[in-house]
Design a protein around this ligand. Structure first.
Ligand SMILES: Nc1nc2c(ncn2[C@@H]2O[C@H](COP(=O)(O)OP(=O)(O)OP(=O)(O)O)[C@@H](O)[C@H]2O)c(=O)[nH]1
Length: 360
């Protein structure tokens, strides 16, 4: 019996996986302000169009002035960021958070639109606000990410500015941020080392592979920040080991094929690591909920019987209440109803004979 149930569960998970696999892969593009997210999305979009594989593009930044790529869904069409700021008396960041919250309440419609494109789109790309924490640490960001991940193969793309990260301390801050997002979302993660047309990303790859190289870069600095970065580099060793990083230039498009290969690998990771864990947690949650319901029902019944006993009430038909719900036809058959009907008929007859005698 248990084996049959297990096989049934596995079959359900397999079919869910298959369903997810048929859907577009969702790329959630995150990164510090100015790292090149929008230019990256623009480059991806134009290259995919050139290969006759246009992606479905969603702009989630309500405060951006213009979107330099063909966009399918734009948050700005749904939420007026400036009006939100005015109406709720908010500053720029509060305005972005509230706009995203308002948009998240309609996210089921976005899901339906992306689902509709399942047959002719391989990628759905989500460009996010430059104020990264607005998305990564807000309720709406979490809702959007988790909803996508539950329904589509979803990959987080973290864009880093290689020009600004040549300072080991800035590099470390960026990596810590990436690490915190990875552990919060627990989704397949690709680091895009952007702007390699200006500075190659080799130095960053070396720092991640070789602690001594990072130490050497910091050797001339004895500040508190440098010492902290040294210790953190050792701590992040585990994080670096499984990390996928690709060099990219959002201006020239260099690294495009490597990036697509990294997305393919990330989708496999999503299916082999994320989905089973997600399904396992969901099953546990459903079981816990059903156990809780049964426990509450049992508790209610025992409390109810206890109260009845204390008040000397016996349950059953025709007493204070019944154990089963009665249908209307059954009620008609109840003795009280019959005698009432007889009484009414007799009254009618009396009334008729009175009026008959009065008329004669
Ligand atoms: N040389 C070079 N410049 C780039 C590259 N990617 C982006 N830039 C430039 O970097 C600047 C910021 O790029 P955006 O795409 O606006 O960055 P963003 O992360 O979307 O910025 P926010 O929307 O403020 O978060 C722009 O001037 C881009 O032209 C790149 O690969 N190489």
């Amino acid at each position: 019996m248990a084996t049959a149930k297990l096989a049934e569960d596995e079959a359900t998970i397999d079919s869910t996986l298959l369903e997810r696999h048929k859907k577009p892969v969702c790329l959630i593009v995150l990164g510090m302000a100015g790292s090149g997210k929008t230019t990256f999305v623009q480059q991806l979009t134009s290259r995919l169009h050139a290969r006759s594989k246009p992606p479905y593009v969603i702009n989630l930044d309500p405060a951006c002035r213009e979107v330099p790529y063909p966009v399918n869904i734009d948050i700005r069409d749904t939420v007026n960021y400036k009006e939100v700021m005015k109406q709720y008396s908010l500053g720029p960041n509060g305005g972005i958070v509230t706009s995203l919250n308002l948009f998240a309440t309609k996210f089921d419609q976005v899901i339906k639109l992306v689902e509709k494109r399942s047959t002719n789109t391989d990628l759905a790309i989500f460009d996010t606000p430059g104020q990264i924490e607005v998305f990564t640490w807000s309720a709406s960001g979490t809702i959007i990410t988790e909803t996508l991940a539950a329904l589509f193969p979803t990959v987080v793309v973290y864009v880093i500015d290689t020009v600004r990260s040549v300072s080991p301390i800035t590099f470390m801050s960026n990596m810590l941020y990436a690490c915190s997002i990875l552990y919060k979302l627990r989704l397949p993660f690709i680091i895009v080392m952007n702007k390699i047309d200006v500075v190659k990303h080799d130095y960053a790859m070396e720092w991640m592979k070789d602690f001594d190289a990072f130490e050497l870069a910091l050797s001339s600095d004895s500040s508190y920040n440098a010492n902290l970065s040294r210790s953190l580099s050792l701590t992040l060793d585990e994080f670096y080991k499984d990390l996928t990083a690709v060099g990219f230039s959002a201006v020239t498009g260099e690294g495009f094929d490597e990036f697509l290969a990294a997305v393919d690998a990330a989708v496999i990771e999503y299916e082999t690591d994320y989905c089973p864990e997600h399904d396992r947690l969901q099953k546990l949650q459903t079981e816990a909920r059903s156990k809780d319901k049964t426990r509450q029902k049992e508790q209610f019944e025992s409390d109810f019987q206890e109260t009845n006993r204390a008040l000397g009430i016996t349950t059953g038909r025709h007493v204070s209440h019944t154990n089963e719900i009665l249908l209307r036809s059954q009620e008609e058959d109840r003795p009280g109803h019959k005698s009432f009907r007889n009484f009414m008929e007799e009254q009618k007859k009396k009334q008729q004979s009175k009026s008959n005698s009065a008329s004669s």
